[in-house]
Structure formats: C-alpha cells, structure tokens
Write a protein that binds this ligand. Structure first.
Ligand code: SAM
Length: 207
C-alpha cells in the first residue's frame, strides 16, 4: 500500500520522478473527459483565461488553440506540474500567451475581476474548502465571466471509495454539492451536465 499511496498522491500534488510520470499519464488519460468538458464552451467568448490546477498542461494548449486571441495564466501549486506545462506549451510561453503561476487556488495572487474564463479539469477534488477556493475563483472573474468544472468522478460511483482510502484529503463531490457551493459564493447561473452512465460531470457557472 505504501508505494501505491505515494504514487497516487501525485494526483493531488505531483512531485519528483513519480510526479513526472503521473503528469505524462494524466495528459493522456484525462484527454477524453477534458475535451467533452471543453465542448460546453461554444457560447463562451474569452480573451483572458485562468487554467486552475493545470497539471501537465495539455488543456492549456487546447484552450489557447480554441481561443486564438486569448492570454492565459496557468496555475498550479506543484512546481513539477508547472515545469511540465511549460515544456508542453513552450511556444505559447515564449510568445507571451501563457504565464505560469505557482499558487494555491484558495489564495490566488491575482487581481479582482481579471478573467473572462476560469477552468478546472480533474482538480477541484483537492482544493481547500472548496467554498473558500470557489470564492477566490469568483473574485478573480470579471462580471459575466464563466467558470468551467470538469470531473470524471461524480460522487455516486461506489468504486471510487478506494481512491478516498489511497489519496489524502480527496473529496469527490456530487453535481448537487458543487452546484450548492457555487451558488453559495455568488455564482448566479450554474448549469450542470451530469452523465450518470460514465459518472462524469461538467458544470458551467457564471458570475
Ligand atoms: C489530478 S491533477 C489534474 C491536472 C490537469 N488539470 C488534468 O486534467 O490533467 C490535479 C492538479 O491540480 C493541482 N492542484 C490540486 N490542488 C491545488 C490547489 N489547491 N492549488 C493549485 N493547484 C492544485 C495538482 O498539483 C495537480 O497538478
């Protein structure tokens, strides 16, 4: 259990050689659910994006291609994640379209009302609160800004219980719980797409 635990805790905060392996795996394994989630952005126009818990950075590149006029801040509290994001998105970083920021989502060193779009793929499970973290996202979004949450676990799959035993502080939320937490911090329109067959969910909330 020791090595398994150490390895899978790299989903929470990738570190060292195991973290690097995990990041490469997440870029591959999360692609399908991430693309499904991004399919919900067709009505969202954005010129400034914050990608929260960016991990290996695969979604940073996808979003910057989807929004060719946008700039992005890619946030993660893992230095290993940011290094991988920089490597995968070297051209966007060099061009100045992608800035890397090492920070905890619950305390973002970013100005109020800065972004049109905030995204969170497979990461809110680990965020402090999460109400305090969602309040930070709400703070940094401009009025009318959108917050996209994409999770491949919907809190209703009994087989996910094993992950809670292995990964420290893992919280798997239901769509209803996320909806309520978002409403609590002031998001006005919260649209939920829940796929109970695949146990995945996508939430789009507006400030
Ligand atoms: C499971 S990975 C998902 C990575 C990527 N979004 C994806 O879909 O492949 C979770 C990422 O969120 C980051 N993370 C978790 N909690 C965080 C927090 N409180 N603040 C910033 N980053 C966080 C982790 O370091 C990790 O890189």
């Amino acid at each position: 259990m020791g090595l398994l635990r150490t390895y899978f805790n790299n989903t929470r905060k990738p570190e060292g050689v195991l973290g690097r392996g995990m990041l490469a795996g997440m870029n591959r394994e999360h692609a399908r659910v991430s693309d499904w989630g991004m399919g919900h952005l067709s009505d969202i126009h954005a010129s400034s994006i914050v990608e929260l818990g960016c991990g290996g950075g695969r979604n940073v590149g996808k979003l910057l291609k989807m929004y060719p006029a946008a700039r992005m801040v890619a946030v993660d509290y893992s230095a290993e994640s940011l290094a991988k994001t920089a490597q995968v998105n070297q051209a966007f970083v060099t061009e100045g379209r992608c800035e890397l920021l090492e920070a905890d989502v619950s305390h973002l060193p970013l100005e109020d009302g800065t972004f049109d779009l905030a995204t969170a793929f497979e990461t809110v499970y680990f965020w402090p609160g999460p109400v305090e973290s969602f309040a930070e996202v709400h703070r940094v979004l401009a009025d009318g800004g959108a917050f996209l949450i994409v999770n491949e676990s919907d809190g209703t799959n009994p087989s996910d219980d094993r992950w809670k035993k292995i990964i420290d502080s893992l919280q798997i939320y239901t769509a209803e719980q996320l909806h309520d937490h978002l409403a609590q911090v002031g998001f006005s329109q919260v649209t939920v797409d829940h796929d109970p067959q695949r146990h995945r969910l996508c939430i789009l909330a507006r400030k």
